[in-house]
Design a protein around this ligand. Sequence first.
Ligand SMILES: Nc1ncnc2c1ncn2[C@@H]1O[C@H](COP(=O)(O)OP(=O)(O)O)[C@@H](O)[C@H]1O
Ligand SMILES: [Mg+2]
Length: 412
Amino acid sequence: MDDQILNTSAAAEAKVVVKNLHKVFGNKPDVAMQMLYDGKGKDEVLRQTGQVVGVLDASFEINKGEIFVLMGLSGSGKSALIRLLNRLIEPTAGSVIVDGEDVAKMSTEKLLNLRRKDMSMVFQSFALLPHRTVVENAAFGLEIAGVAVKERERRAMEVLEQVGLHTFAKHMPSQLSGGMQQRVGLARALTVNPSLMLMDEAFSALDPLRRTEMQDVLMKLQQEQKRTIVFVSHDLDEALRIGNRICIMEGGRVVQVGTSDDILQRPADEYVKAFFNGVDTNKYLTAKDVAQKEQVTIFDRPDDPANGFSAALERMRIYDRVYAFVLDEQHKVLGIVSAESLMACIDKPRKKLRDALLPDKVTISGNTPLNEVLKKVVEYPFPLPVVDDNGEYIGAITKTVLLRKLCKEIKA
Ligand SMILES: Nc1ncnc2c1ncn2[C@@H]1O[C@H](COP(=O)(O)OP(=O)(O)O)[C@@H](O)[C@H]1O
Ligand SMILES: [Mg+2]
């Protein structure tokens, strides 16, 4: 007990340990495994035996309280790997240890219990029960776990509040937008209060704005209560934005695990390098309005203050911006960094993201009348971050956006 209290650096503690994990899809896994052990590649295995090697000798650890992003092209084995963690699919060889216990050796009953109570999963398309209300859907996990109706609805309401949906509790799923339905899916996973969340492309079906919004919801929840989250994504920006560490997969293999900075600065091989260079910047710049609303925001992580320099620069490059807003985990604006100010301290030994902040922090309140905003925006060299009453970031005003708005006002 004392040890637990003294151990403040929980980040280094492993929640999940994956060792030499393999998954072969097909009816002759043993033959395939023998070929792999003999040093044959997965292509040869497929050619000779028709067996598909989905995951090939994966070994890594996931730390308690971190967001661990699995990234890779389609078919690289991300979904197979995340499903091996809660044994939705059976491993062919190797082990998955969660909280010190081998998942493969658990009885079916214990495994079901774990999935219901401590290891939730959120998928890309989350099927809600169409004839149940939002709150009933959110409470569904607890219903399966046998929790009494009053208690489960109380807990579901609490979580709906956290994901900003409490006013929709009595609505039916069909009355909600896609983004809101996804939030209900997230709420359902959260009501059981799991210590481990497995999210497979949970936000991938959403448009860029909604996706950023959901990432923000997740970051906020993470700030309130640190869970271990395994998050599958094929979106580089998403991985850089929310991941404490990123695991890159190629052809069933784990090719690199590290912080975004590790990976950007020291890519393990050409595949990883190509992955980062191959980002389709057009994707972000097609809709001008969206691009203007979508300023680059970076989360400052107090437990890991040096992390994020390269990620910040990379994300600014992707969005073609020379500045970014730095937010703390409560979404409060800490200030602005520019490419220049980041570069100026990137080689300092004990660098912190906060050291790179530009000296004069300016924010404007969301309630400020437009005529007062005008002068500030004209004088200020960067877009102005707009904050709500709690000082939390809600967006930014650029000169262009302001001019457009003013032109409309004059015409009207
Ligand atoms: N049930 C299955 N049966 C046969 N092959 C499968 C099955 N599930 C996945 N695969 C194969 O395993 C590989 C990894 O798939 P998957 O984990 O879904 O990739 P990702 O999620 O990265 O797109 C792919 O080649 C895929 O075709
Ligand atoms: Mg997948």
